[in-house]
Design a protein around this ligand. Structure first.
Ligand SMILES: *Cc1c(COP(=O)(O)O)cnc(C)c1O
Length: 282
C-alpha cells in the first residue's frame, strides 16, 4: 500500500499536520483499516464468519463490514436493542454496514452482557471474534505499519495525536514511536477507564500523554461546542469526524502549544446521522 499523505492546515492561528488515514478506503478508514491489517492479509479460506459487537454508530462495525464483503466472510454484529426509527434509517453507519451485508442481531439490555461474554465460548475454528471497536492484539501489526510510515515520512513535528475509545491506536503508536510524544484524550469513559483499557493490552509508556477533557462528555452525544469545533476545522479544508475529533481538538487548543501531527482516523461516514441529531437539539 502507498503511504497516506500528510496535509498542512492552520487552526486557531496554529500550524498542524494531518496524516490522511481518512483517505485509506471509502468505508475501511483510518485506524480501523490499520487494526484490521492482519485480518485483511489473512487468506479468505481461513475464516467463513466474523463476529463482533458494540454500538450501532460504530466506525469499527462499518469497517469490519467492508472487510467481510471484500473477503466473502459472513458477518454477525450484536448490539443492544435499538428503536424502530434507528433501525429503519437509511443513512449512517448501521445502514451502510447492512448494505455491505452485515447481519445485525439485537439483544435485550438485560441479557446483553451475558450474551457478549458467552460469544467467545461458542466459536468454531472458522469463526473469528473481534472485540468491540477492534481492540485486538493483532491490531499491533497494522499500527506498527502506520508508525513505520510516519517515521519514513519524517514530519517536522515532535508530537502526534489521536483521540481514544479503546486506546488501542494511541497505545500501540506510542510504543512503536518512542521518539515522539503521543497525545490522546478519552472519548469513551474517563481517564481511569482509558488507562485500564490500555493496561489490558500493554504497559503504558511515558511518551503517551493522556489529556484530560475540559468537562465530562458522554460518548456520541451532541454538544454545541463540539459542533462549533467541527465547523471551524472544516474551514481548514479537511472534514473530521463529529464524535471523536472535537474532543481531541479542544484539548490540543487548550493544553498544548507545539506543532502536532493529527492522525486522521476517518469516521466521517457517521457525520450525516450525527448532524441530524444536532439539528434536533439546536
Ligand atoms: C475508532 C476511532 C477512534 C478510537 O480508536 P481506539 O483505537 O479505539 O482508541 C478514534 N477516532 C476515530 C475516527 C475512530 O473511528
Amino acid at each position: 500500500m502507498t503511504p497516506t499523505p500528510i496535509s498542512n492546515i492552520v487552526l486557531e492561528g496554529r500550524e498542524f499536520l494531518v496524516k490522511r488515514d481518512d483517505l485509506a478506503d471509502k468505508y475501511l478508514t483510518g485506524n480501523k483499516f490499520r487494526k484490521l491489517h492482519s485480518l485483511l492479509k489473512t487468506p479468505k479460506l481461513t475464516f467463513s464468519k466474523i463476529i463482533s459487537y458494540g454500538g450501532t454508530q460504530s466506525n469499527a462495525m462499518l469497517s469490519i463490514s467492508a472487510m467481510c464483503k471484500q473477503k466473502g466472510w459472513e458477518y454477525l454484529y450484536y448490539s443492544k436493542e435499538i428503536s424502530k426509527t434507528q433501525e429503519e434509517k437509511n443513512t449512517g453507519n448501521l445502514y451502510l454496514a447492512k448494505m455491505l451485508g452485515m447481519k445485525h442481531i439485537q439483544i435485550p439490555h438485560a441479557k446483553y452482557k451475558t450474551t457478549i461474554n458467552e460469544l467467545q465460548f461458542n466459536l468454531d475454528e472458522k469463526t473469528f471474534l473481534i472485540d468491540q471497536g477492534g481492540a485486538i492484539i493483532a491490531a499491533k501489526e497494522g499500527l506498527d505499519a502506520l508508525a513505520e510510515e510516519i517515521r519514513e515520512q519524517n514530519p517536522d513535528v515532535k508530537a502526534l495525536c489521536t483521540p481514544s475509545a479503546t486506546g488501542t491506536t494511541a497505545l500501540f503508536l506510542a510504543l512503536a514511536l518512542p521518539e515522539y510524544i503521543v497525545y490522546t484524550t478519552p472519548c469513551v469513559g474517563d481517564m481511569e477507564y482509558l488507562k485500564k483499557q490500555m493496561s489490558a493490552l500493554a504497559n503504558i509508556p511515558n511518551n503517551l500523554v493522556i489529556l484530560k477533557p475540559k468537562k465530562k462528555y458522554h460518548f456520541a452525544k451532541p454538544y454545541p461546542n463540539f459542533l462549533q469545533i467541527y465547523k471551524n476545522t472544516l474551514e481548514s479544508g479537511i472534514e473530521f469526524d463529529l464524535i471523536y475529533s472535537p474532543a481531541m481538538w479542544e484539548c490540543l487548543f487548550e493544553q498544548t502549544d507545539e506543532k502536532i501531527l493529527y492522525i486522521h482516523s476517518g469516521g466521517v461516514s457517521g457525520n450525516e446521522s450525527m448532524m441530524e441529531r444536532y439539528k434536533k437539539i439546536m
